[in-house]
Design a protein around this ligand. Structure first.
Ligand code: CA
Ligand code: CA
Ligand code: CA
Ligand code: CA
Length: 639
C-alpha cells in the first residue's frame, strides 16, 4: 500500500471531522435522514410511520453523501464506519467476475445473505450459483446498452481506492463492485452508494451497487425485477460518475406538502432518467408502467416533485419514477442520444443544472433543446399533449410508442359539455392549479346538436409564470392536432379559437407552466365560450412569430427559424439585410395554410449569404412578407 495515499486519506478524514464540528443540518432533517438510512440498512421503522418502501434507496445514500460533513449525532456510529463512510456490505465471502470483466460480484452461499438457489449450479456448471451467473449476465447487458450502445461515460474506476482499517472488500481492482446482500428493508430492491472521489472537490464519484441476494420474496416475475433493478442502479453509478451533486436543494415546505416525509434534497431527475435506462436495456419488462399513475393522475404536480411518501400508487414518492415519461418522451421525439447529451451537460457544472439555469449559463435541458432549434417551452408543450393521449385515449401514429399499454391516463379535472348557448364563465381558481413544470387539462365537448360555430378559449394568469396554452381539437379515431395559444407575456394572458367545433368530439385546453422555478402553485382564470362566428375557413390574420433561436449562434445550430401561421396558401418572402441596408439573402417559398412554426415546417435560413458564405457576426434586419402580413424583425447572428 502506498504511504502517500494513506496520508492523503487520513488528511481527508481530519477535514471531515473538523467540518462536522461546526456545520449542522436542521435537527429534524438529520434525524429523518438517519432514520431512513437505518431503515434501509438495519430494517428499523421508517420515519413518521410511513410505509417504508423506497424501491430504490439510492437517493437516501446521495442525501447522506451530501450531508455527511454536517452530521452531528453520535448515534450515526451504529451504521457508519469509524471514518464516517458508509461501509460496503460485509460477510460476502465469494467473488465472481462477470463474463465481460466489467463487474466483480460479491456474494455468499451461507447464512441470511445466501443467494437465491445457492445450491443450483448447472447452467453453466462452473462452481458458481446460477443466480450469480445470471446477475453477471444481467449487469453485462446493462453495461452493453448504457455504455457501449447509448454512449454514456462508464462509472469511474475505483482502482485507486486504498485499503484502510475498517474497510473490507473495497474492490480496488478497477472492476465495478456489486454486492448481493439481504437488504434489511424488504421494500428496497437495490441501491447505489456514492463512495469517494479521486480528487478533492471533484463531482465525479466512484460508487458501488447493492442488489438483493434473493428477489423471490416479491413473487411474480421476480427475476425481471432483478433485471430492471440492475439496469436502474448501473445508471445511478453512471450519474455519479458525471456529477454526484446533480440534485436540487430547498428547504421543506410543510405548508404545501403536509403529507411529505420531508427531505430538502430533490432528486427527481436522478430517478426519472434511471427508470428511462431500465426501459432502454429491457424494453419488454416495462417496469416503468407500474409508476405512471402517480404522474398521469396528478399532472398539476411539478415535474421536479420528490418526496418519500409511498402510501399508494398515487403517492408523490412515486412521482419521480412516473416522471420517466419526460425522458421517454424526449428520446422518442428526438432520439435516445438526447438523454446522454443532457446528462453530459449536467456533468459540466457541479451541482443542480438540470432544469434550473445556474449563474451565467443555461440549464442542461434548455441548452440541449435550444441546440435542436425547438427550445424548452415548445418541447414541454408537446410533452403535455402526448401525456393526454395514453391508455384508452391513445390514437395510432401519435405519441408514446407504448401509450396504448399504459394503465393510466391524464386526470382532466374539469370536463365541460358545451352547448351553443353556453359560456363557461370566469373561474377564480381551479382545485389544482399547475405547479412549476406542471399542467392542467380542461376538456370541452361540443353538443352534437349544435353544429354551427366554434369555441373561443382564453386564460388569464393570476400568478407570474411562463404560461403555455395549447388548444387540442380531437376527433376520436384520429391523431389530434394542436395549436399554441397566442400569448402576451406582459399581461400573462392567452387566447385561441377552434373553428367548426362540430368536427371534433372534444377540444382540450392544456395549460402548463414552462418556468422551472420557483416551486409554487400558479393560479389563473379561464373564459371559454361558443362563438357562432367561428365557422367555415379560419379567417385569422396571418401571424409571423418571433425568429428563433435569436441570437442565432452558428456554432451551435445549423439554421434559424421564421415561424409563420397562415390562414390560406401563401407565398413567403424573407429578405435579410445588414443594418447598413445591404441585402445579404433572399428566401422565396410557398407555404401551406396552418401552422408553419415548428422546426422542419418553419421557413429557415442557414446563415449564408447569396454566395453561400456564412455571414459575419452582427445584427441583421429581416423583412418577412406573406399574402396578408408583413413585419420587420431583428436577428442577431453570433459566429
Ligand atoms: Ca453456475
Ligand atoms: Ca472495484
Ligand atoms: Ca417497453
Ligand atoms: Ca450538474
Amino acid at each position: 500500500m502506498n504511504q502517500v495515499k494513506v496520508s492523503y486519506w487520513l488528511s481527508l478524514l481530519i477535514i471531515v471531522i473538523s467540518v462536522s464540528a461546526w456545520a449542522k443540518l436542521p435537527e429534524f432533517t438529520e434525524q429523518a435522514l438517519q432514520a431512513r438510512l437505518e431503515s434501509i440498512l438495519l430494517g428499523t421503522p421508517w420515519p413518521g410511520g410511513e410505509i417504508s418502501k423506497p424501491i430504490c434507496a439510492t437517493p437516501i445514500l446521495v442525501e447522506f453523501n451530501a450531508s455527511r460533513e454536517d452530521l452531528t449525532s453520535q448515534s450515526w456510529q451504529k451504521i457508519l464506519s469509524p471514518e464516517f463512510h458508509l461501509p460496503r456490505p460485509t460477510g460476502l465471502d465469494s467473488i465472481y467476475d462477470s463474463p465481460s470483466g466489467h463487474f466483480r460480484i460479491h456474494y455468499t452461499t451461507t447464512g441470511t445473505d445466501a443467494v437465491y438457489q445457492s445450491g443450483i449450479d448447472v447452467n453453466p456448471d462452473d462452481g458458481v450459483p446460477d443466480y450469480v451467473n445470471l446477475c453477471g449476465t444481467v449487469l453485462d447487458s446493462s453495461w452493453l446498452v448504457e455504455v457501449n450502445q447509448l454512449g454514456f461515460t462508464p462509472p469511474p474506476s475505483d482502482s485507486f481506492y486504498v485499503l484502510l482499517p475498517g474497510f473490507k472488500n473495497n474492490g480496488g481492482d478497477g472492476k465495478y463492485d456489486v454486492y448481493l446482500d439481504n437488504i434489511a428493508n424488504t421494500g428496497t430492491a437495490g441501491y447505489t452508494a456514492p463512495e469517494t472521489t479521486q480528487t478533492l472537490g471533484s463531482r465525479r464519484w466512484t460508487s458501488f451497487v447493492v442488489l438483493r441476494n434473493d428477489y423471490s420474496i416479491y413473487g411474480g416475475s421476480f427475476l425481471d425485477l432483478l433485471r430492471a433493478t440492475a439496469a436502474h442502479e448501473l445508471f445511478h453509478a453512471i450519474q455519479f460518475g458525471l456529477d454526484v451533486y446533480e440534485y436540487e436543494y430547498y428547504p421543506p415546505d410543510t405548508a404545501r406538502f403536509p403529507g411529505d416525509t420531508l427531505t430538502p434534497f430533490k432528486l427527481a431527475w436522478l430517478e426519472m432518467s434511471a427508470v428511462w435506462a431500465e426501459e432502454q436495456v429491457y424494453d419488454n419488462i416495462n417496469d416503468y408502467q407500474n409508476f405512471l399513475p402517480s404522474f398521469l393522475a396528478l399532472p398539476w404536480l411539478s415535474l421536479k416533485t420528490f418526496t418519500y411518501s409511498f402510501q399508494n400508487q398515487y403517492s408523490t414518492g412515486y412521482h419521480p419514477y412516473g416522471s420517466c415519461l419526460w425522458p421517454i418522451f424526449l428520446s422518442e421525439r428526438f432520439g435516445t442520444d438526447i438523454i446522454r447529451a443532457i446528462w453530459n451537460k449536467c456533468g459540466q457544472y457541479t451541482g443542480d443544472n438540470i432544469f434550473n439555469d445556474p449563474p451565467g449559463r443555461k440549464s442542461a435541458t434548455r441548452d440541449v433543446l435550444d441546440s435542436l432549434g425547438i427550445g424548452f417551452e415548445q418541447t414541454f408543450r408537446e410533452f403535455t399533449v402526448w401525456n393526454y393521449f395514453t391508455a384508452s385515449r391513445t390514437e395510432s401514429g401519435f405519441g408514446y410508442s407504448e401509450g396504448a399499454n399504459f394503465g393510466a391516463k391524464i386526470d382532466s379535472f374539469k370536463f365541460y359539455p358545451v352547448a351553443n348557448d353556453t359560456i363557461i364563465g370566469t373561474v377564480d381558481s381551479v382545485p389544482h392549479p399547475p405547479q412549476n413544470l406542471g399542467s392542467n387539462y380542461l376538456v370541452f365537448a361540443p353538443n352534437p346538436l349544435d353544429t354551427a360555430g366554434g369555441l373561443y378559449l382564453s386564460f388569464q394568469g393570476i400568478d407570474n409564470a411562463t404560461w403555455l396554452g395549447t388548444a387540442v381539437p380531437h376527433t376520436n379515431g384520429s391523431a389530434p392536432t394542436s395549436k399554441s395559444f397566442s400569448y402576451n407575456s406582459q399581461s400573462l394572458s392567452g387566447q385561441s379559437r377552434v373553428y367548426n367545433w362540430k368536427n371534433y368530439d372534444e377540444i382540450i385546453m392544456v395549460l402548463a407552466t414552462g418556468n422551472p422555478l420557483p416551486p409554487d402553485d400558479y393560479r389563473y382564470t379561464y373564459h371559454v365560450f361558443h362563438d357562432p362566428n367561428l365557422s367555415g375557413t379560419e379567417a385569422f390574420a396571418d401571424a409571423i412569430g418571433d425568429i428563433y433561436p435569436n441570437p442565432f449562434r452558428t456554432s451551435e445550430v445549423s439554421t434559424v427559424n421564421f415561424p409563420i401561421l397562415l390562414s390560406g396558401n401563401s407565398f413567403c418572402n424573407i429578405d435579410v439585410f445588414t443594418v447598413g441596408g445591404e441585402l445579404v439573402k433572399k428566401i422565396r417559398l410557398d407555404l401551406p395554410p396552418g401552422d408553419n412554426s415548428n422546426p422542419g415546417f418553419a421557413p429557415s435560413w442557414d446563415g449564408k449569404d447569396q454566395n453561400g458564405k456564412l455571414v459575419s457576426s452582427g445584427v441583421y434586419i429581416c423583412k418577412i412578407r406573406t399574402k396578408n402580413a408583413a413585419v420587420t424583425k431583428k436577428l442577431a447572428v453570433i459566429r
